[in-house]
Design a protein around this ligand. Structure first.
Ligand code: FAD
Length: 402
């Protein structure tokens, strides 16, 4: 009898962690990991690449360098669709791949909320390619100013004021003053506007902590527009609503960071989803499909305490990867699966290299320089979780005294 085949789709936090953990369990199964690139990227740090404060090489590493290639076969390909009733995966270049067990961990994509012009006229931060494109565009506009003297070259609009937006603003407000010296543009002509539809900024933090972050960014020159939903993006223009009136702000750099949704492959494959996410059962399997696990940003897991799904984060994706590997090993050994449990270790956002803010275990709040140290430790822990000690040494953050 042939060995069962476990196919893992996506080598982000969730998929890579599943592959690494499962390969340690000595299961009688063939393990196949599929990812569209041959590298993993730390998606939590994409804002640094987009802002140009770190190169892509700092937040990426080769997948085959961190998995046990004797136990996990890696296929570089793009998943087009899962034919779940025939138990096979359609790949862009390598035909079909059949499975006995499937782990879907294809991660997130940009969410446009159907707002016209977003895809055409703004820059998302969802993978290495888009982050590098955003960085190249920003640098080009800023350096253009010396010749053009067009102030829109120095104008940036960040759409959304969530976690990603705040972290991106933290990076660009660190870097632009340095660029002003080398590219020779006047800092007093730089205009950075952040537009948010919701009435409160950073609702995931306490009011005091959220205000701390906003104040840091305001001091660095960011203007916030709150309770002002974006209605359309046109070329070099963001149209938003304020007090019932449509208004416009103009800029040559428009960054789209209003939120994300799960991979479109989930919907294409006919799963019951909402914004690319499937509500999974307690053991992370999909209802009606006992051979399919759905983890990371393509899944929604109910938090019994709050009665709402957990937010999709790297932290939970890593824990789900561990749990999926454990349950796969149990299934392969004819044992019952276990329910997924999750206790958040807290949430910390960076505001550039030396400032951070957030809540850690026990609800304790950290901010400022201490916040940045905690954030760097979190990045380092995640590198160890999905990489190796060598990855941590090469890519880790040790510039605590920067
Ligand atoms: P991903 O990390 O998106 O990985 C998915 C993988 O699948 C990728 O390797 C991708 O290339 C691959 N893939 C996608 N489509 C296909 C396809 N069709 N075929 C083959 N391969 C495919 N979370 C936190 O916990 N803390 C933070 O501080 C934090 N900061 C963030 C900052 C930013 C700028 C962003 C964008 C997100 C942040 N998040 C943070 C959220 C976190 O990054 C996600 O929740 C996490 O990446 C989800 O992990 P995942 O494994 O589900 O997906």
């Amino acid at each position: 009898m042939s060995r069962p085949r476990v196919v893992i789709l996506g080598a982000g936090y969730a998929g890579l962690k599943t592959a690494k953990e499962l390969s340690k369990k000595n299961v009688e199964a063939d393990i196949v990991l599929v990812n569209k690139n041959d590298y993993h990227y730390e998606s939590t740090q994409l804002h640094e690449v987009a802002a140009g404060t770190e190169p892509a090489s700092k937040i990426t590493f080769n997948i085959v360098d961190v998995i046990d290639t004797k136990k996990v076969e890696f296929i570089k390909d793009t998943v087009v669709k899962v034919e779940k009733d025939d138990k096979k995966v359609l790949l862009e270049n390598n035909g079909e791949l059949s499975y006995d067990y499937l782990v879907m961990a294809l991660g997130f994509e940009s969410e446009t909320f159907g707002i016209p012009g977003v895809d055409e006229f703004s820059l998302p931060l969802v993978n290495i390619k888009t982050a590098e494109a955003a960085q190249a565009h920003l640098d080009k506009m800023l350096s253009n100013y010396q010749q053009s003297k067009n102030e829109l070259d120095l104008s940036i609009v960040v759409c959304g004021a969530g976690f990603t937006s705040i972290e991106y603003l933290g990076e660009i407000t660190n870097r632009i003053p340095k660029l002003a010296k080398t590219m020779n543009f006047p800092m007093d002509k730089v205009k950075i506007t952040c537009i948010e539809a919701m009435p409160t900024l950073l609702p995931m933090f306490s009011e005091k902590l959220g205000q701390f972050g906003i104040d840091v960014l305001k001091k660095r020159g960011v203007t916030f527009k709150v309770g002002t939903p974006i209605k359309e993006i046109k070329e070099n223009t963001v149209v938003y609503e304020e007090n019932g009136e449509l208004k416009e702000v103009h800029a040559h750099t428009i960054i789209w960071t209003t939120g994300v949704k799960g991979s479109h492959v989930v919907g294409e494959s006919g799963f019951a989803e909402r914004r690319g996410r499937v509500m999974v059962e307690k053991d992370l399997r999909v209802e009606g499909y006992p051979d399919i696990f759905m983890i990371g940003d393509v899944s929604a897991v109910m938090d019994e305490e709050s009665g709402r799904p957990f937010p999709t984060t790297a932290q939970i994706a890593i824990k789900q990867g561990e749990a999926a590997a454990n349950n796969l090993a149990r299934l392969l050994n004819n044992q019952p699966t276990e329910a997924f449990t999750f206790k958040s270790l807290g949430t910390v956002a960076s505001i550039g290299n030396n400032v951070g803010m957030g809540q850690i275990l026990g609800g304790k709040e950290v901010k400022g320089y201490m916040g940045s140290i905690v954030k760097k430790s979190i990045i380092n822990k995640s590198l160890l979780d999905v990489g190796t000690a060598g990855t941590l040494l090469k890519k880790g953050r040790f510039d605590y005294y920067h």
